[in-house]
Design a protein around this ligand. Structure first.
Ligand SMILES: C[S@@+](CC[C@H](N)C(=O)[O-])C[C@H]1O[C@@H](n2cnc3c(N)ncnc32)[C@H](O)[C@@H]1O
Length: 222
């Protein structure tokens, strides 16, 4: 990430104009009581990307991050949060907590020791086991692959045949390079149905190379 981009990000955060701040304002406008939420951030980094934009707005925050150096910085940046140095895919299977808000800003590429993970695709529908009956998922999503190629700049991880194949399967599309938001939401609705939830409403905020998508979900009556 260029220095100018970093400075712009910090400035946006300080002015309350970051995409995540706008998402939090959008949730409040729709009547969500963000101040009472128990939140989980599954890919927290050092927190400076977006966690700091909402951490003071929620009642309680648990944050997961794999990289030990980032975890140390995260602890300093978020002294009130519960921080765990974990692989979120493994932690998701043993976590017994339930959350009102789950933020998922996974790398928008292939990643992991053997590039076995792809964006947040492998989290569904299991991640829904961590949701309370009424919950909000906030996801970083990439509608277009080309801006990602330019941003991530790693041709082994972005836009490869494997990356596109995984996107095509998950979003049920034959054009994984370019997936409109409403098509993405239809796919999330299907994955939520598989996990016993339905999507009640959604909205998205545009970022430079992606979107931040908020999905309000509710447990389906059995
Ligand atoms: C896009 S960054 C998240 C930025 C963050 N939301 C912020 O506010 O700074 C993705 C993060 O996921 C972490 N990560 C990658 N694989 C992971 C895994 N399996 N489990 C947990 N964290 C992982 C990376 O180390 C990286 O910090």
């Amino acid at each position: 990430m260029s220095l100018i981009w970093k400075i712009e990000k910090q400035l946006m955060r300080k002015l309350g104009l970051s995409p995540m701040r706008r998402v939090i304002k959008g949730l409040k406008r729709r009547g969500v009581d963000v101040g009472k939420m128990q939140a989980l951030d599954m890919f927290a980094g050092d927190g400076t990307g977006s966690v700091l934009c909402y951490s003071d707005s929620v009642q309680h925050l648990e944050a997961w991050e794999l990289n030990p150096e980032l975890v140390e910085r995260l602890k300093k940046n978020l002294p009130r949060a519960v921080i765990r140095q974990v692989d979120s895919y493994e932690q998701m299977r043993v976590c017994e907590g339930k959350f009102d808000l789950i933020v998922i800003e996974a790398p928008l590429s292939l990643y992991g020791p053997n590039l076995e993970y792809c964006e947040h695709i492998g989290l569904f529908p299991r991640v829904l086991d961590l949701c309370k009956d009424d919950a909000v998922l906030i996801l970083a999503v990439a509608t277009e692959v080309e801006p990602l190629r330019q941003y991530v700049g790693d041709i082994d991880r972005v836009g490869t045949p494997e990356h596109l194949k995984r996107r095509a399967e998950f979003y049920k599309t034959d054009n994984p390079e370019n997936i409109p938001l409403d098509k993405m939401v239809s796919a999330y609705s299907e994955h939520c149905t598989a996990g016993g939830f339905e999507v009640e409403w959604w909205f998205a905020v545009r970022r430079r190379y992606a979107h931040t998508l908020a999905l309000k979900i509710r447990k389906r009556a059995s």
